[in-house]
Design a protein around this ligand. Structure first.
Ligand code: ZN
Length: 404
């Protein structure tokens, strides 16, 4: 998945290439901001950076931005963080004289033994969602449009320019407080995974200098507003996600919300895998052994978690756990993986120290997962020779082969 919300450049080309002058300028501003010693100085650098980025985005020059990010990623972590932050803010905002238009995402983590829907949202459902957003999330003077589609990660706009263009396309609907009709024929096909993320996308027009969210006002807090909103939207979304287990995440600025969702989805995927094995195949957690291995090839890294059946050792499922962002250490991630497995009731865990190659099945492209012998193998559900499932309880639906 090479969605724009994953800020860690996974396979950026190594080695110096000639820097564009405009990219050098961005780097200089980001470095200045990262070294600033006061809020007054911060503001100066921020304004310069915002202006430079806005011009590049309006000109459609994504290459310069990518080049500056790539350079700082290798050379200056603090400045990279500042530039990424600024790019993500600018790509998800359109500024007008009287209002700012912001792109907001409300992610939903979902799993299903059939398939997680990526489909249109009916007007009546949108109307109920609108009432909940207006009552608990947005400040009273905010006008907004909800896009009438549940986006899978593959269907999100790809890159900063496409994100900004998508937001611009929603502007008219937002100002009119109307739903936004998505041309679903233009969207990518969605692959079926056991566990995945869906996004509600909202464009919000906020009058200049006014509050964006309810919790800016003294009447509530962020936590309280979100918990009330969730109580309201949970039953609405459950009807939309028939046959799925879901977890609704807090709405937030597009890139922030999607990064958090990508992180939370890893924990959710482990819970989903174990629930799936228990409910579909009657496999209790005490029959499972988890093998966790670091895997790396061509500067791409992720942990892979193989779930094998005792005593045969057959790997029945697997979960990839990518690192997201450059502020996650491998040690912290291992701890988090182990804690999640234990939370799910899996106590028999092997942690491999040796790094394995990041390999995929040559036939179906599924990631391979570590077995108890420390080898990478194809996960095969009980009675499932290489992806063809004959479990009668699947009612003819092809089962999800592995987790997102
Ligand atoms: Zn395969």
């Amino acid at each position: 998945m090479s969605s724009p919300q994953n800020p860690k450049p996974k396979s950026r080309r190594k080695g110096p290439s000639a820097m564009l002058r405009s990219a050098e300028h961005l780097c200089r501003l980001a470095e200045g901001l990262s070294q600033s010693g006061s809020r007054i100085e911060d503001r100066w650098w921020e304004q310069q950076l915002e202006t430079a980025l806005r011009v590049l985005l309006e000109e459609g020059d994504e290459a310069t931005i990518e080049q500056a990010l790539e350079h700082l990623y290798r050379s200056d972590e603090a400045a990279y963080g500042e530039l990424l932050d600024a790019v993500e803010s600018e790509a998800a905002v359109v500024r007008d004289k009287t209002y700012d238009l912001l792109l907001i995402a409300a992610p939903i983590l979902a799993w299903s033994r059939y398939s997680v829907p990526a489909k249109g949202v009916p007007p009546a459902v949108l109307s109920n969602l609108r009432t909940a957003f207006a009552a608990y999330i947005f400040a009273p003077d905010v006008r907004f449009a909800i896009a009438d589609h549940l986006f899978s990660p593959d269907q999100l706009p790809e890159g900063y320019l496409a994100t900004r263009r998508f937001l611009l396309s929603m502007e008219k609907a937002a100002l009119a407080n109307e739903d936004f009709v998505v041309d679903s024929r233009s969207l990518n096909e969605t692959l079926t995974f056991l566990s995945d993320i869906r996004y509600l996308l909202i464009a919000a027009a906020v009058p200049k200098g006014e509050a964006i969210y309810r919790w800016h006002l003294a009447e509530t807090t962020r936590e309280k507003a979100f918990s009330e909103w969730r109580k309201r939207v949970d039953p609405i979304l459950e009807r939309l996600f028939v046959g799925c287990g879901i977890e609704v995440e807090p709405p937030d600025a597009y890139f922030t919300a999607s990064r958090k969702a990508n992180r939370d989805a890893r924990v959710f995927a482990i819970h989903a895998a174990i629930a799936y094995l228990a409910t579909e195949f009657d496999i209790p957690t005490n029959r499972l052994k988890a093998v966790v291995a670091p895997c790396e090839s061509n500067a791409e890294f992720e942990f892979r978690i193989g779930l094998s059946l005792k005593p045969s050792g057959q790997v029945v499922h697997g979960i990839p756990w990518p690192l997201i962002g450059n502020d996650e250490s491998e040690e912290e991630m291992i701890e988090k993986i182990l804690a999640t497995l234990r939370d799910c009731g899996v106590s028999d865990i092997v942690e491999l120290r040796r790094t394995l190659p990041l390999e995929y099945c040559e036939d179906c492209g599924a990631p391979l997962f570590p077995n108890v012998a420390g080898e990478l193998v194809h996960a095969e559900l009980p009675g499932d020779p290489h992806g063809e499932n004959d479990n009668p309880r699947n009612h003819g639906n092809p089962p999800p082969r592995y987790l997102h």
